[in-house]
Design a protein around this ligand. Structure first.
Ligand SMILES: [Zn+2]
Length: 284
């Protein structure tokens, strides 16, 4: 496996130094490289470069699930910035106090802190000789994408998509067992294909009998809150998608259903379906 980064300088260090200078100066000196190849062509032979992928997708789409399955399949870490924040909160690390204040006050964790945590994580991975990464939850803004672009060579950005109506139905079907804490989904989704677009079907994830009477719904899984969450996401993510689209790195993937329907299709578009045959057990 190749090294994580081709740049001889530590990318994590660069990530920090890019951030500490003013955004305009830092991002304009290094122009993003343009790739004539389509994401698909680049994905055809992912091994020689190491995997440096980003997963985009709105809340509820299952981005974390697919990113984590792919990372198991490809042998690269799945780095979710949400997990980095949670880990730091649990630790006695230098940022944990600052973070708990922010979270307790209901504020958003700043770009600066996220970048700090991410660069620490990349640095640690680099030291261990990790062969790449799949990023989940980052970048969220064009500015973050530009900084990332300056220090790493993101080769592919997978944008997982589901129609809004399906996302809402899926979120409204979520249930948590108040006793064992397991997550279930009672939504049974069956959208007929229209105007040439394929239908979408997702089986529910029903609880075992002992959990049925103890199911609870999260307070924020109401239709209004879910729709608002999606609206906020779309507004923020559109420019990030455009940024990667203009570089020819964006791979749009319309999920055809739940994991059983979507996983094989995803491998197919990533040209990893042969890979799957040999390493099926690794991702299961
Ligand atoms: Zn239970």
């Amino acid at each position: 496996m190749n090294r994580l980064f081709r740049s001889p300088t530590s990318s994590a260090f660069l990530l920090r130094s890019c951030f500490s200078t003013t955004a305009g100066a830092a991002t304009e000196t290094v122009k993003p490289k343009l790739y004539p190849d389509s994401p698909l062509t680049k994905a055809r032979d992912p091994k020689p470069k190491g995997i440096q992928w980003v997963f985009l997708g709105c809340p509820g789409v299952g981005k974390g699930t697919y990113a984590s399955r792919l990372s198991a399949l490809l042998g690269v870490p799945h780095i979710a910035t949400g997990d980095l924040v949670r880990e730091e909160l649990k630790s006695s690390g230098p940022l944990s106090k600052q973070l708990s204040d922010i979270v307790n006050q209901g504020q958003l964790v700043s770009d600066e802190i996220i970048l700090n945590l991410l660069s620490k994580r990349l640095e640690a991975g680099e030291a261990k000789g990790e062969a790449g990464f799949i990023l989940d939850g980052f970048p969220r803004t064009v500015r973050q994408a530009e900084i990332l672009n300056d220090v790493t060579d993101i080769e592919l950005v997978v944008n997982l998509k589901l129609p809004e109506s399906v996302l809402v139905e899926k979120c409204l079907g979520r249930r948590i067992c108040g006793e064992c804490g397991k997550n279930f989904n009672v939504a049974s989704i069956n959208v007929k294909g229209e105007n040439g677009s394929p239908g979408i079907s997702m089986a529910p994830l029903l609880p075992p009998p002992q959990c049925v009477s103890k199911l609870t719904i999260r307070d924020d899984d109401t239709e209004a809150v879910v729709k608002e969450r999606l609206l906020v996401y779309y507004e923020k993510s559109q420019p990030v998608e455009d940024f990667y689209r203009s570089q020819g790195k964006l791979l749009e993937f319309d999920l055809p259903g739940g994991i059983p329907e979507s996983w094989p299709k995803l491998l197919e578009v990533l040209n990893l379906d042969e890979h799957e045959d040999t390493k099926l057990s690794a991702a299961a």
